[in-house]
Design a protein around this ligand. Structure first.
Ligand SMILES: *Cc1c(COP(=O)(O)O)cnc(C)c1O
Length: 398
């Protein structure tokens, strides 16, 4: 038996993020009849609430009892047919997984190679679409917040690139880890399908995921897409009109979702985005003061959700993470596939504040010393300086 660890565990991986007590309490309410009269208000609130988070009036929200991967598949199979070309951009591990899924489903993805150090390049997308005179490419798929690298793709510019060359491809965006942490505007940015999940910025446990669907994408799915049953958007839309679902929804997760949406609006979405961005700036200041390198090298594309930190040559990230977990009870994210053991990721998303960030960064700084990783001290001090100079408006206004 291991001895008791006092105090709270710091779950500083970039999803799942720690679930606030208010949401845990909401989820713990008794499960009700999902076909009974009381359910309609729960379902309707969840669907309407998510529209406000996606910032859409025209989009239709679909909620699946599945992890984000299920919603990825739903986005592809509701709109695309076997053999269809899709243009995808290699921002990191998650874009690669989505591309692999597209292949397995019988689509023909074209993958624009990236170096994992920035977001998708709208110019490269425009260039490829310009060559596609016959409009064989049916969709452009981009990851908004690449959780494996800590880079944000400029979605509005990707839309402008598609429109700029007059290409009719659908724009599909994975904002599983971006939504509710990094600004996202479904209508304004002209997104056709946005895929998201519960366990990142929405502060919920893993278990439900979303598609937000434009009228154009919904129209395409009516007569097209692949063979599907469980994931079919058309099956959802009828029952959803009155707040119900075609099969058993994750009722208790919907209680949690309604609480999460209320919390996000109480704080104000713009304040939520500013808080994440500010924590990203403070974290990067700490990393630089330690003399380490941030994986995202594109200025202005650094994520407010997480920071991926490169280890100095000859030092493994996983042994370092194990030291931090053992000594300080802080879970840090691992490096995925191409950057396995080369980077660790600091999650600073969800229900998170300055003192929690400073606790996290202190644990990392102590861990660097304990693990014998060459670094300069003073990272935490540098982060505090950023937090002190860069007060959030809500505090500054007092
Ligand atoms: C977490 C995540 C996924 C995978 O979602 P699951 O819920 O693990 O299926 C996909 N894309 C991005 C960008 C993610 O952050």
């Amino acid at each position: 038996m291991t001895s008791r660890k006092a105090g709270r565990h710091f779950l500083q991986i970039p999803g799942p993020s720690a679930v606030p007590d208010r949401i845990l309490r909401a989820i713990s309410a008794q499960t009700i009849d999902h076909r009974g009269p009381d359910f309609a208000a729960v379902g309707q609130a969840a669907l309407d609430g998510m529209k406000s988070i996606f910032k859409t009036q025209v989009g239709q929200v679909i909620i699946y009892p599945a992890s984000g991967t299920g919603a990825w598949e739903a986005a592809l199979i509701n709109t695309l047919s076997e053999g269809d070309r899709v243009l995808m951009y290699e921002t990191g591990h998650f874009s690669t997984l989505w591309m692999t899924m597209a292949k397995r489903l019988g689509l023909a993805p074209e993958f624009i190679e990236g170096d994992w150090r920035g977001g998708a390049d709208p110019e490269a997308i425009a260039e490829r679409l310009r060559e596609d005179k016959a409009h064989q490419i049916k969709a452009v798929c981009v990851v908004h917040n690449e959780t494996s690298t800590g880079s944000v793709s400029p979605i509005a510019e990707v839309r402008a690139a598609i429109d700029g060359v007059g290409h009719p491809a659908l724009l599909m965006v994975d904002s599983i880890s971006g939504l509710a942490s990094v600004d996202f505007r479904f209508d304004e940015w002209g997104v056709d399908v946005c895929v998201s999940g519960s366990q990142k910025g929405l502060m919920l446990p893993p278990g439900i995921s979303f598609n937000c669907v434009s009228q154009k994408a919904m129209e395409v799915s009516r007569n097209g897409g692949m063979r599907r049953s469980y994931w079919d958007w058309q099956d959802m839309t009828g029952p959803n009109e009155t707040g119900y679902f075609p099969y058993t929804p994750a009722t208790n997760m919907l209680y949690g979702l309604n609480e999460a949406v209320a919390m996000l609006h109480e704080e104000g979405l713009e304040n939520v985005f500013a808080r994440h961005a500010r924590h990203g700036r403070a974290t990067r200041a700490a990393v630089r003061a330690w003399g380490l390198e941030v994986l995202c090298s594109q200025q202005g594309q650094e994520s407010g959700v997480l920071t991926a930190v490169m280890m100095p040559e000859g030092h493994g990230a996983d042994a370092f993470r194990a030291t931090v977990l053992k000594n300080f009870d802080i879970s840090l994210g691992n490096g995925l596939s191409k950057v396995a053991d080369r980077v660790f990721r600091i999650g600073h998303l969800g229900d998170f504040n300055d003192a929690m960030l400073m606790g996290t960064l202190s644990g990392i700084e102590m861990g660097l010393s304990k693990a014998g990783i060459p670094h300069s001290s003073g990272g935490t001090a540098a982060a505090m300086e950023v937090l002190e100079e860069d007060l959030p408006h809500t505090l500054a206004a007092e």
